[in-house]
Ligand binder design. Structure first.
Ligand code: ZN
Length: 490
């Protein structure tokens, strides 16, 4: 297709949904260079001045580019820089460094779990500044904003991980945190669920997190326990954030394990109560299966577990552990031990719980996709169109504007990303145009690498980067997004 002149483009006659949750209106959007120039009603004088290429958007929705607030794209943004799994969903910005796992500040040629979730065989970035420079040199297809991972700090500074950090180690971790904030990081993430960080106590977390607080950061956490002990784990996360003075984001909120199904009826009221006293929000992906490293303690013989990759038995990728265990004549836990190290999808959630979290006003959408798995969880390619198709169009559980708000404006606000997430004059031109009648995910557990349908066009910083008919345009315009940057326009 003809290349769009990013000098100026007029998106004409679409339903403009601006990311704020207020009602969409049919109108126009004028983009010029990297910015949005006018929204809804474009004065004739501006059209005269810019002489834009006109794109008819009749019957289509025009929205801010989606922000994937929960990703593990740290290495993918550099090594698989086209970022098609995300661009093809209408995502224009990814937040990396979640769950305590970040590429920086780590130097290693054999990263252990859980850092190995990032897929990269080489960790080369000693500082956030170096990581940011590597992202900018790679010119990814989408913008990248970064959290610093607490587990990465532990693995860097502690010789043994089975205890809390001592004063000297806390100081070294805090110094890295300061460097990251100076380089523009959004804040700190932790994953005290993972054994490498499980021994960390609130004191250790606060010592690092309060550095992020002084620079206006946020704290995102994969809490210690998403199973039976979820309520105290939520309390611990809230306490850590309060003591540090940071806004809290609960990562991929869920009630995992069959014994805990239905317990969002307890967790959501607790979250609301806590949110009355401190800034708190959460992210969520629209599936009943989670995905992480293979761990025998997560294999309970009740839930289905799909092996997405195994170092020891690569041929078992794509098979269910109950079938493998039956074939080997061993228990499912024993099979998990033999298949390690590897990754798996755990069908550990209940649809009603997922629905309650997604429709909750404090939640925003994050894919949690794992871009390096042999057979990735379909959320990597499908999370955002799936929310639009299932929660808005098919089941009507959310209004369109609210659905988009959870993918754009709310996300930018909660993560302190200025100048994006809304269609506003002067904001950066991250824009998606999609067909509300057809938008849907196509990726499945069987066929996880499928382009979503109905995503018609995606602009990143004013550059047309994806079209539904031609796929990636080959033009990559993503940047490293620094906290507080981009605010100059407004
Ligand atoms: Zn996580």
């Amino acid at each position: 297709m003809a290349e769009v002149n990013e000098g100026a483009t007029l998106l004409k006659g679409g339903l403009v949904v601006d990311g704020s949750a207020s009602a969409g209106q049919v109108g126009d959007l004028l983009l010029a260079g990297e910015r949005i120039v006018a929204v809804r009603q474009v004065p004739a004088a501006l059209i005269e001045a810019h002489r834009p290429q006109v794109i008819d958007c009749t019957g289509l929705v025009v929205a801010p580019g989606f922000i994937d607030v929960h990703t593990h794209d740290d290495a993918a943004a550099i090594e698989k820089a086209d970022m098609l799994p995300k661009l093809s969903q209408g995502v224009t910005t990814v937040i990396v460094g979640n769950c305590g796992i970040s590429l920086a500040p780590m130097v290693s040629d054999a990263p252990a779990a859980p850092l190995s979730l990032l897929g990269s065989t080489q960790f080369l970035h000693r500082t956030m500044r170096e990581y940011a420079a590597a992202v900018e040199a790679a010119k990814p297809g989408v913008n990248v904003a970064a959290l610093l991972g607490h587990t990465a700090l532990r693995m860097r500074h502690m010789p043994a991980l089975d205890r809390p950090a001592n004063a000297q180690e806390r100081e070294a971790m805090a110094a890295d945190m300061q460097e990251a904030m100076d380089a523009g990081a959004l804040g700190l993430s932790s994953g005290v669920f993972y054994s490498e960080a499980y021994a960390a106590d609130v004191e250790e977390l606060v010592a690092v997190a309060s550095v992020a607080a002084r620079s206006g950061g946020v704290y995102a956490t994969h809490i210690r326990d998403e199973l039976a002990g979820i309520l105290p784990a939520l309390q611990e996360a809230a306490l850590t954030a309060r003591q540090s003075g940071l806004p809290l984001i609960l990562s991929h909120h869920k009630c995992a394990g069959a014994d805990n199904w239905g317990r969002t009826r307890e967790t959501l009221p607790l979250i609301e109560k806590l949110a009355a006293g401190q800034e708190l929000s959460m992210d969520v992906y629209p599936y009943t299966a989670g995905s992480t490293v293979l761990r025998e303690d997560l294999v309970d013989g009740v839930i289905e577990v799909l092996i997405t990759g195994s170092k020891t038995y690569p041929e078992m990728g794509g098979r269910y552990i109950k079938d493998i265990a039956a074939e080997w004549g061993v228990s499912q836990q024993e099979a998990a031990i033999r298949l390690k190290p590897g990754n798996a999808c755990y069908f550990q959630m209940n649809q009603d719980d997922v629905d309650r979290v997604i429709t909750h006003p404090l939640s925003m959408i994050g894919s949690d996709g794992l871009p390096h798995d042999e057979r990735p969880h379909p959320r990597l390619w499908g999370a955002f169109p799936r929310v639009l198709a299932s929660y808005w169009r098919e089941r009507g559980l959310l209004p369109l504007e609210q659905t988009i708000h959870k993918m754009t404006g709310l996300s930018a606000t909660r993560f302190r990303i200025p100048g994006r997430g809304f269609l506003r004059e002067g904001y950066l031109a991250d824009v998606v145009v999609f067909d509300p009648k057809t938008v849907r995910d196509a990726a499945t557990f069987e066929q996880p690498r499928q382009f979503s349908e109905g995503i018609e066009r995606v602009w990143v910083n004013g550059v047309l980067s994806y079209t539904g008919s031609g796929r990636g345009t080959g033009r990559r315009a993503g940047r490293f997004v620094r906290r507080g940057q981009g605010a100059s326009a407004h």
